[in-house]
Write a protein that binds this ligand. Structure first.
Ligand code: CAA
Length: 240
């Protein structure tokens, strides 16, 4: 029987590419999304992949959402924690709300989804959790103390949970994307983005599909010996 995967923030950008790639590998995929109903409808119409709405940063909502997916689609074998937001600004101008929302969704979302799905994976002795970190969690980024802290937290969360899942056949890994051609990166002011791209050795932004293929590998049957790792997919921008 096909494995069942849930991809958070799965209806747009990198998440959408991950959904399509997993589906093409024979996985039964569902997408979660947080707010954009129109994008979700377009996504389902285009891909045939079901989309479920809840806020991953809301502990109860994540538990209920995952229970619904398990009931309607099947036990969840694979979780890709991709949902994330930016609220960029230098610290002296950043509000507490901008700090807290990014921590709540980007890092809290990983905890909430793992809490909902990891126990079942342990019981069934097979699971894959892939957390989408960021180059900016590895290297830091001017104007992103909130985002860099949350993404850096994801890398620590990954290594800790990997140790807990190892004996039970559950791998937990992270991908650290660099600057990928998505709406999130398009929101970076153009002169700032030009300077960033100039520092990418391959000389261009990444494509969402290039992240998706890496996720696809980490979710495969063959990747059972890869756990607690971070795969950097960043065009050589930060070799870490
Ligand atoms: N290093 C050093 N100084 C910098 C800098 C940097 N990287 N970026 C900006 N500055 C300086 C500017 O030169 C400017 O200096 P002066 O006043 O002396 O000219 C000063 O900081 C203020 O810059 P801004 O005018 O841009 O200030 P702002 O308050 O309007 O905006 C900002 C600040 C919100 C941080 C804006 O610069 C910005 O959006 N930067 C991009 C941040 C970024 O890379 N975000 C990544 C989003 S994509 C993502 O997160 C996905 C992923 O995982 C990779």
């Amino acid at each position: 029987m096909a494995r069942v995967a849930i991809v958070t923030g799965g209806t747009r950008g990198i998440g959408k590419a991950i959904c399509e790639s997993l589906r093409d590998s024979g996985v039964t995929v569902v997408a979660n999304y947080g707010g954009n109903d129109q994008a979700a409808q377009n996504f389902t119409a285009e891909t045939g992949i079901k989309a479920y709405k809840w806020d991953v940063g809301d502990h109860e909502a994540a538990a209920q959402g995952c229970a619904k997916v398990a009931e309607e689609v099947g036990d969840i074998d694979i979780v890709v924690n991709n949902a994330g937001i930016t609220r960029d600004g230098v610290l002296h101008k950043m509000s507490y709300d901008d700090w807290h929302e990014v921590m709540r969704i980007n890092l809290g979302g990983c905890f909430n989804m793992a809490k909902a799905c990891f126990p079942g994976m342990r019981e069934r002795k097979w699971g894959r959790i892939v957390n989408i970190g960021s180059i900016n969690g590895q290297a830091g980024q001017y104007g992103q103390v909130n985002y860099a802290a949350a993404k850096s937290g994801i890398h620590g969360f990954t290594k800790a949970l990997a140790q807990e899942g190892a004996r039970a056949g559950v791998t937990v890994n992270a991908i650290a994307p660099g600057y990928i051609d998505t709406d999130m990166v398009a929101a970076v002011p153009e002169p700032v983005l030009e300077k960033i791209v100039a520092k990418i050795p391959v000389g261009r932004l990444g494509q969402a599909g290039e992240i998706a293929r890496a996720v696809d590998f980490l979710c495969s049957e063959e990747a059972g010996f890869v756990t607690g790792s971070t795969m950097s997919v960043n065009g050589g921008q930060h070799m870490y």
